[in-house]
Write a protein that binds this ligand. Structure first.
Ligand code: DC
Length: 235
């Protein structure tokens, strides 16, 4: 195993809980890299839809994942957030399309895909100085992470946040539909046979329902600064 230069900070939690915002804030403050692993499942889903692979055909989807040239790098030079590039293309906006969101849980339930992407994620994080978020980072990808966070919030609060985001962006939004979609995604994540979303026993659990995402990031940073393995530059 490569010697870690900084901490591996693993974060899990349900959809729409603010893991990316919080993870990005924590990484920036520590001078670490940040990666949202959901983007990898989404990127593969998007590619599969683009090239017309049957997403129910598990072997074909795994074969596609292995054929793709995966890269993780910041969009802007010096940025701390690593974005997913496949075959040289940054797929940041296309992976947010509705059809990708709907189909990504099918791809995420494919055991061969999970094995393949978990390995990529370990390679990306094993050197340390990274905040990685997803659904199985604390339990499967980095069960030996230096810091484990489980971020939670009620489905109603997550739906409200999404509703306010869409409204602020001048988009149409139906709160009930958003809530129904969140409950469906929770169910998919929790009932998945392989690497379902669950709280690691040793995770620091934060309920963000009544907190701002900046308050959550501060809580995590305070916790890290108190920890024995705190890197000197983070104190
Ligand atoms: O976080 P997200 O909604 O963008 O994730 C997209 C899909 O990938 C979603 O179906 C959950 C799944 N996922 C996963 O199974 N494991 C991860 N580590 C990250 C995401």
């Amino acid at each position: 195993m490569t010697k870690r230069k900084g901490l591996v900070i693993a974060m899990d939690g349900p959809a729409g809980v603010g893991k990316s915002t919080v993870g990005g804030l924590v990484a920036k403050s520590l001078g670490y890299k940040f990666i949202n692993t959901g983007e990898m499942y989404r990127a593969l889903t998007w590619k599969g839809l683009e090239v017309g692979v049957d997403l129910e055909d598990q072997a074909a989807v795994v074969e596609l994942a292995k054929k793709i040239d995966w890269e993780f790098k910041p969009i802007e030079e010096g940025g701390s957030t690593l974005k997913t590039f496949i075959d040289g293309v940054a797929v940041t906006s296309q992976i947010r399309e509705e059809k990708v969101s709907i189909n990504s849980s099918l791809v995420a339930a494919n055991p061969g895909v999970r094995k393949f992407l978990s390995k990529l994620q370990r390679e990306l994080g094993e050197g340390g100085s990274i905040v990685m978020e997803g659904r199985d980072i604390t339990t499967n990808v980095f069960p030996d992470a230096d810091v484990k966070i489980y971020l939670d919030a009620s489905p109603e609060e997550r739906a409200d946040r999404r509703y306010r985001q869409l409204k602020a962006a001048g988009q149409e939004a139906d709160r009930d539909k958003i809530l129904a979609a969140i409950l469906k995604r929770d169910l998919n994540d929790l009932k998945r046979e392989i690497n379902p979303l669950k709280q690691a026993e040793d995770a620091f659990v934060i309920d963000s329902t009544k907190l701002t995402l900046h308050e959550v990031a501060d809580k995590i940073l305070r916790r890290i600064r108190k920890g024995a393995k705190t890197p000197s530059h983070a104190r």
